[in-house]
Each structure stands twice: as C-alpha cells, then as structure tokens.
Design a protein around this ligand. Structure first.
Ligand SMILES: [Zn+2]
Length: 149
C-alpha cells in the first residue's frame, strides 16, 4: 500500500446519518477499528493490530520478500496457544490491514500498531502513544509523502 496519498482525504469517513443502518463496508470497518483491543490470543498483552502492523512495517523497512513474512508469521502462529488470531502468512496480514480501507478512505495505522490515524487523529503526523513517525520521511512519490501503510 505504498501508493501516493493525499492527507486531506483521511478523515472523510462516510459514516453518514446516525439513524441510518450502516452499510456492510462501514460495519466491517467499525469491527476492524476495534482491533486495537483484540489481543493475539486470550491472556496475551499484545494486540493483533500491533502484531500485524509491526510485521508489515518490518517488511517495508528491510524490504523483506513476502516469503520471509510468510515464514515469520507461520513461526509466530506456531508459538501462540492453539486458539489464536495470528495471521498465517503475509497475504492474511496484508488483508487484515487493508480491511482498514473503505472505498476512497484509507485509514493509516501507527507502524507499531498503537493507534489508528482517523477521526480526531486523522491529521496527526506522529503516533500519540509511541511517537513513531507516520511517514516514510525520505521517500516521496511525485512530491507526496508516503504513509507507512
Ligand atoms: Zn505508535
């Protein structure tokens, strides 16, 4: 998800009238937004969002091939108790993070998985929890900054 990004689009979430029944896309989004509270497995201190955000961040930071992420994810899953939420491979990891996208609305995640950059935090440049930069500072596409995800 390293495409060019216009920060003005971030918080235009089409949540619509409160009285209306949310569309399936909005429902899916709301469910995923609650992912920061969803832990890797029962009794774990780490959230699923944190795990997948950090794993994805490592991929892009070190330019790891998909197969490396598959291997790491598979190892991590094997290390968890049987009843866990860990993604089994890069495809699932990416799919979970890309679930945070509604049509025309991208929600960015702290590279360490602490928080989502949306609603009141939609314009923030740094994570309020760990202070991580939202952007790849050195890379730009056609003069635009690139979000980590
Ligand atoms: Zn953070």
């Amino acid at each position: 998800m390293l495409d060019a990004y216009d920060p003005t689009n971030v918080i235009e979430l089409g949540m619509g009238n409160e009285e209306e029944e949310p569309t399936p896309e909005v429902k899916k989004f709301i469910k995923l937004v609650k992912a920061p509270e969803k832990t890797l497995y029962e009794g774990s201190d780490i959230s699923l969002l944190k795990v997948v955000a950090r794993l994805t961040n490592l991929k892009y930071e070190f330019n790891l091939p998909h197969r490396a992420i598959d291997g790491i994810a598979s190892l991590m899953k094997a290390m968890c108790p049987n009843d866990n939420e860990m993604t089994a491979n890069f495809y699932e990891t990416k799919r979970l993070l890309s679930g945070l996208e509604l049509p025309h609305h991208k929600i960015h995640v702290c590279p360490n998985g602490c928080m989502l950059f949306w609603k009141d935090a939609g314009e923030l440049k740094k994570c309020t929890v760990c202070g991580a930069e939202r952007w790849f500072m050195r890379k730009t596409v056609r003069g635009k900054k690139i979000p980590k995800f």
